[in-house]
Ligand binder design. Structure first.
Ligand code: C5P
Length: 224
């Protein structure tokens, strides 16, 4: 691949394949991979830990202001503590999406995310919900992955069954639908397909086919 300069921004709903696709693309390109959902999950972790349910809590804002969150190397370090193993649960995901409705919390995290992107001189794949629209809307490569919520629920079930062998597909689908609704309908930075962002429907595509398609598209792009 010739010397391609990004960033590459990737958005999509829950379990649309963003993280797996983004990680593989970053590996192939030799770029940094940043999963911004991990930052919101770190705030979700703070909420659970401090028993905070609402995102307009002054205490939560204070904790967020003081927090240091490091998502490099796909480890999540919160105030120096490695919380990677504790943030995959549906409970944390749900609190993360409640925190994500707060404009103050988003402002703090977006600032950090822009710094992370700026430090890589364009050699980064960043994934989330508002990367193509708000965080780096001028990224030369912008993609939005989507698939029906039934297909996404099947994918998520395979991951979650390890943590909870009794979980059912209908439970997983309901949690996905709730979280997508909150992410798409919130007032600040809702998940949306913004102008100039390429939609890829991953319904019938394998991970490798999605990666190959994106590699083909960025390789053919005029900016390469
Ligand atoms: O991607 P992941 O499922 O880990 O994200 C957890 C939650 O964080 C999402 O449901 C969403 O509410 C929020 N999020 C966001 N903006 C991002 C990344 C994640 O609002 N850029």
């Amino acid at each position: 691949m010739p010397d391609i300069i990004g960033p590459l921004a990737l958005d999509g709903p829950v379990a649309s394949g963003k993280s797996s696709v983004g990680r593989t693309l970053a590996n192939q390109l030799g770029w940094v991979f940043a999963d911004t959902g991990l930052m919101y999950r770190a705030i979700g972790y703070l909420m659970v830990h401090h028993d905070i349910e609402s995102n307009d809590s002054k205490y939560l804002l204070e904790l967020t202001h003081k927090a240091t969150i490091d998502i490099r190397h796909e480890k999540v370090m919160l105030n120096g503590e490695n919380i990677t193993a504790h943030i995959r649960s549906p409970k944390i995901a749900n609190r993360a999406s409640i925190a994500a409705e707060s404009s103050e919390i988003r402002e703090l995290l977006v600032e950090e995310q822009r710094k992370i992107a700026a430090d890589t001189n364009g050699k980064i794949v960043m994934v989330g919900r508002d990367i193509t629209s708000i965080v780096i809307p001028d990224a030369p490569f912008r993609f939005f992955l989507d698939a029906s919520s039934s297909v996404r629920a099947k994918r998520r079930l395979t991951e979650q069954i390890e943590m909870n062998p009794n979980i059912s597909i209908s439970e997983v689908k309901k949690a996905i639908d709730n979280r997508d609704k909150r992410d798409m309908e919130r007032d600040v930075s809702p998940l949306t397909l913004s102008k100039g962002t390429r939609l890829i429907n991953t319904e019938h595509l394998s991970l490798n086919s999605v990666v190959d398609e994106i590699m083909r598209l960025i390789g053919n792009s005029k900016t390469s």
